[in-house]
Design a protein around this ligand. Structure first.
Ligand code: SF4
Ligand code: F3S
Length: 106
């Protein structure tokens, strides 16, 4: 399955949503996740993310492993998002920031 990682936090560009053929993205306050029970590993979302936040679960950058569980857990708590929407006004600034894990709002 594919996984949304830390880089998405406070960026939330949502380009990923429009290309997903099975509508498996879920939306929280400042982050999106992928429902691992719905993702069909089509690969289409990965290159669409301007923040390079999306990876296959067996190819995660070092330190991002906890996002497998975060995606699985929050996918069951958050509603579906099936259309791209405007990113936060300061998304481009947050795209430069590392270590955003503590800023994830559930
Ligand atoms: Fe959707 Fe395909 Fe991305 Fe999975 S890999 S979340 S099915 S676009
Ligand atoms: Fe997040 Fe990238 Fe999608 S920033 S909302 S995973 S396009």
């Amino acid at each position: 399955t594919y996984v949304v990682t830390e880089s998405c936090i406070k960026c939330k560009y949502t380009d990923c949503v429009d290309v997903c053929p099975v509508d498996c993205f879920r939306e929280g306050p400042n982050f999106l996740v992928i429902d691992p029970d719905e993702c069909i590993d089509c690969t289409l979302c990965e290159p669409e993310c301007p923040a390079a936040a999306i990876f296959r679960d067996d190819d995660l950058p070092e330190g991002q492993e906890e996002f497998i569980a975060i995606n699985a857990r929050l996918a069951k708590a958050w509603p579906a998002i099936i259309q791209k929407k405007d990113a936060p006004a300061d998304a481009d600034e947050w795209a430069q920031v590392q270590d955003k894990r503590a800023l994830l709002e559930e």
